[in-house]
Write a protein that binds this ligand. Structure first.
Ligand SMILES: *Cc1c(COP(=O)(O)O)cnc(C)c1O
Length: 344
């Protein structure tokens, strides 16, 4: 167990034709969604504060997941949900455990809340085994334990028994399911009623609304109440509440996008298999790969082809790795063709 260093979060926003670096959806939500949102926006009393408790949105999310609205808290991106959970559970004298490499915001937000971070390195295949997780949960006895299912940036999906293993300790188990919609695996949301689990989800990925900044936590009601106390009043604006609620009426379209992305991911993964790179199986909308030549140079040369991927090569455990988001079929072709030229 080694404490990790605080690190900022930055993904460069470079002006290129093919942007495959931040795991956004390549397709926007449907036109009908835009039309309904525009109608509601046109009828909004912008002089009034929004519904402070975001009841309509929370009820719609509760219905989607088959939980009570008291268990749902909507936030400005799921990052805010993580920050508020840390405000409740973390802080000076509290400890968080995480399994690296994982989403860097987990350690970054822990550090910002003065929560001590204990990081356990994943094995070379990045897959967690329940024995390691149980040991960290019980021996380190943290206050909060982070899991990321599927895991960003590796794409790998740990089996549901890692959640059971995490629950062997005293910690609140925070399961980040930012990519949960991309898998058929059962969501940890089903455990919220009976175990010390909080799940965070986002509209930024499968829901194709990264620009909206909307996420939510599903957690035991007493934790939700504590998050509400620590959040700012009227923190969720009126347009965001509407957009989230209306988006949930287009769940079938979301699922269609997810299937198309999963099919493209498999095609991309097969194409990568023919190039001199190592890849890991992904259950999300991106693929981690390690070229045999220097990653920094590959990243730069892809930019020369107007293709932007994520350079993770300086992160511990991700030496020489890059990550590509699954785009449209045309974008993926462009990426594969460019990578093929760069790697010769
Ligand atoms: C993208 C991502 C998020 C989403 O953050 P938002 O603030 O909702 O945009 C959360 N967790 C992980 C692991 C992610 O990759």
């Amino acid at each position: 167990m080694t404490p990790s260093l605080p690190r900022g979060y930055h993904s460069p926003q470079v002006d290129v034709e093919v942007r495959l670096n931040t795991n956004e959806s390549p397709w926007a939500p449907p036109e009908e969604f835009r039309r309904r949102l525009a109608d509601e926006v046109a009828r909004t009393d912008f002089n009034r504060y929004p519904d402070r408790e975001a009841r309509g949105l929370r009820e719609a999310l509760a219905t989607l997941h088959g939980v009570s609205p008291e268990c749902v808290f909507a936030t400005n991106g799921s990052n805010e949900a993580i920050a508020l959970l840390l405000a409740v559970i973390g802080g000076p004298g509290r400890r968080a455990v995480m399994f690296t490499p994982t989403y860097t915001l987990h350690s970054h937000l822990s550090h910002l809340s003065a929560t001590e971070v204990l990081a356990t390195q994943r094995a070379a295949d990045f897959v967690l085994d329940p024995v390691t997780v149980k040991e960290a949960a019980t021996v380190d006895a943290p206050d909060i334990m982070f899991l990321c299912l599927p895991n960003n940036p590796t794409g790998t999906l740990d089996a549901p028994d890692v959640v059971d293993a995490a629950l062997e300790g005293p910690a609140l188990v925070l399961v980040d399911e930012a990519y949960g919609e991309f898998t058929d695996a059962p969501s940890a949301i089903s455990r919220v009623g009976t175990a010390n689990v909080a799940v965070v989800r986002t509209f930024s990925k499968a829901w194709a609304m990264a620009g909206l900044r909307l996420g939510y936590a599903v957690a035991p009601p007493e934790i939700v109440s504590a998050m509400v106390e620590r959040g700012l009043p009227y923190h969720l604006d009126v347009v965001k509440q509407m957009a989230g609620r209306i988006a949930l009426d287009f769940t079938d379209e979301m699922k269609e996008r997810v299937s198309a992305i999963a099919a493209e991911r498999e095609r991309l993964s097969a194409s990568l298999g023919e190039l001199p790179v190592t890849t890991w199986p992904s259950a999300a909308n991106f693929i981690l790969f390690r070229p045999e030549s220097p990653a920094g140079r590959v990243w730069e040369r892809l930019i020369e082809h107007s293709v932007l991927v994520r350079d993770l090569s300086l992160h511990e455990g991700l030496e020489n790795c890059l990550r590509v988001t699954v785009g449209t079929p045309a974008e993926n072709d462009r990426f594969i063709d460019s990578l093929g030229e760069v790697l010769v």
